[in-house]
Design a protein around this ligand. Structure first.
Ligand SMILES: Cc1ncc(C[n+]2csc(CCOP(=O)(O)OP(=O)(O)O)c2C)c(N)n1
Length: 515
């Protein structure tokens, strides 16, 4: 066995069996090993940001890592923006990057670069393999580092001679630490606050508090004590609809966020860090909890937040079965022009049970959360790190993870243009993704931010830098060119018809909404 085979066999033994790849010459032994060893699914992405975003989406749905395989520093660098989003999502991801043969590094060949320095800002764990015999242990350590729940990005750099040389291995799977339980003190303090403030308290939730177990416990607490339930602005994954409680989401703009949290006198953090504004603005604070609120931390993001909520429910004597199970309540089918309200109503009214909604719809998606709480059970994924271009790749990875569920990629046009190659991967892998493009032909959020900055009459350069017209982008033609059947719609009635058709079809499709 060579080093490359040892790496793949070690990954497979640990249950890691999908590799989102865009390889080059320094990864050829690994590419050969994917054929030489049974069991690893190899998925080609035509841009490395597709690979990293797909690994993030896969991890959010599977709670275990996929591999990315990228080529040297430049190839890996293309994957960084979506690794930034994966880091913010706390997703487990294992990056494997080939490097020049150890003895060839000194020659400073054209593609040689400092890979470790590129990897460090987005990786909780970085290592470069020192020898072929070290590969199995290094891979096993990378998987443990990534899997430390909720998850981390781990990056292993493997010189090509280490891949092709004879190696020992594979390594047996190592134990991955469980999420630690929170201490009694945190539970006691949080219980005190909820008892004291009742309906004037809010549970502010993130990480695994937003999965079914955590939300069910949160619903019991809310039913008993009347407190509000809210999640982060950009959650990695929230279970919604069906039997899940209809929680609020912290608004994006800081004035609205301050107002939303300002309605409560006490904030209990559950698996979420203290909420802060996305950007600094003059005379707006960083922290979104207004002064004078009492705060407690029930669980940090790397604690067992779901277990903590169950313990809190117990401490508050909120027994099982006391929360009213929310019923399905769909919005009315929209009619008339396509705008944010009619589009989100159409999606919420037609999405099937078990759907996975990846929301990178930017300004068009703002009202989605408030319309979809009464939809059938579904998972909602958001743009965690604000680095746009995550939606189409993340939807692709989620569809690889969950072939029996329908993925809806709710996608703004400007953000979609960063990683539209994901459509090709969806076509090649026959993935069940319905992409809804919000074609508003502009960077609308930037126009809003210009206005917020007091620019009431943008000049020609500001207008040009925030417009996607001239030439207008034809998403239906681009999708068709990559093997994804597409239609255009211009009314809410048409959107409903096309959504029903598209969501019933197998394989990928795209609906371009001209707004
Ligand atoms: C990687 C990255 N580059 C640039 C930005 C800055 N940025 C934020 S939103 C945005 C445009 C969003 O436009 P679009 O996706 O079309 O959505 P809309 O605002 O029109 O709803 C840009 C360029 C960013 N957040 N991330």
């Amino acid at each position: 066995m060579n080093g490359a085979e040892s790496l793949i066999r070690t990954a497979l033994a640990a249950g890691v069996n999908v590799c989102f790849a865009n390889p080059g010459t320094t990864e050829m032994p690994l590419v050969a090993a994917l054929d030489g060893v049974e069991g690893m699914r190899a998925v080609l992405g035509l841009f490395e940001g597709v690979c990293s975003g797909a690994a993030d989406g896969y991890a959010r749905m599977m709670d275990r890592p996929a591999l990315t395989l990228t080529h040297l520093g430049p190839g890996f660098a293309n994957s960084i923006a979506n690794l930034h989003n994966a880091r913010r999502a706390r997703s487990p991801v294992v990056n494997v990057i080939g490097d020049q043969a150890t003895w060839h590094l000194a020659a400073d060949a054209p593609l040689t670069s400092d890979i470790e320095s590129l990897a460090r800002p987005v990786s909780a764990w970085v290592r470069k393999c020192a020898s072929p015999d070290a590969i199995a242990g290094d891979m096993s350590d990378a998987i443990v580092a990534a899997g430390h729940a909720p998850g981390h990005v781990a990056t292993l750099i493997v010189p090509s001679d280490c891949q092709w040389s004879p190696a020992s291995g594979p390594a047996a799977p190592a134990r991955i630490p469980q999420l630690p339980a929170v201490g009694d003190d945190s539970i006691r303090k949080s219980a005190e606050l909820i008892r004291k403030y009742g309906a004037k308290a809010v549970l502010f939730m993130g990480a695994n508090a937003l999965r079914a177990r955590g939300l069910s416990a949160a619903a019991l607490i809310a039913a008993k004590c009347g407190c509000r339930l809210m999640c982060e602005t950009f959650p990695a994954r929230v279970e919604r609809g069906g039997a899940m409680p209809n929680i609020e989401k912290l608004p994006y703009f800081p004035e609205q966020a301050l107002e939303a949290l300002g309605k409560s006198d006490a904030v209990v953090l559950v698996g979420a860090p203290t909420p802060v504004a996305f950007f600094g603005y003059p005379n707006v604070p960083s922290v979104m909890i207004p002064e004078g609120r009492e705060c407690a931390t029930l669980a940090e993001p790397y604690d067992d937040a779901a277990g903590a909520l169950e313990a809190l429910a117990e401490a508050l004597s909120a027994p099982r079965g006391t929360s009213a199970t929310p019923s399905i309540k769909l919005p009315a089918l929209p009619t008339g022009e396509l705008n944010a309200a009619t589009i989100v109503a159409a999606i919420a009214a037609t999405m099937p049970e078990g759907a996975i909604v990846m929301d990178e719809a930017a300004t068009t998606g703002l009202p989605f959360f408030s319309y979809s709480g009464g939809a059938p059970a579904h998972s909602y994924l958001a743009l965690t790190g604000g680095a746009i271009g995550q939606g189409l790749p993340c939807a692709t990875g989620a569809a690889v993870a969950c072939p029996d569920r329908k993925v809806i990629a709710f996608q703004a046009d400007g953000s979609g243009m960063y990683t539209l190659q994901a459509l090709w991967t969806q076509a090649r892998e026959r993935l069940n993704v319905t992409t809804l493009i919000c074609n508003n032909r502009r960077y609308r959020i930037l126009q809003v931010e210009l206005a917020r900055a007091g620019v009431t009459e943008p000049g020609s350069k500001a207008r040009s830098l925030t417009s996607l017209g001239n030439p207008e982008i034809n998403w239906s033609q681009m999708a068709a060119g990559m093997g994804v059947p597409a239609v255009r719609v211009e009314t809410a009635e048409d959107l409903v018809v096309q959504l029903r058709r598209a969501l019933a079809e197998a394989g990928p499709n795209l609906i371009e909404m001209l707004i």
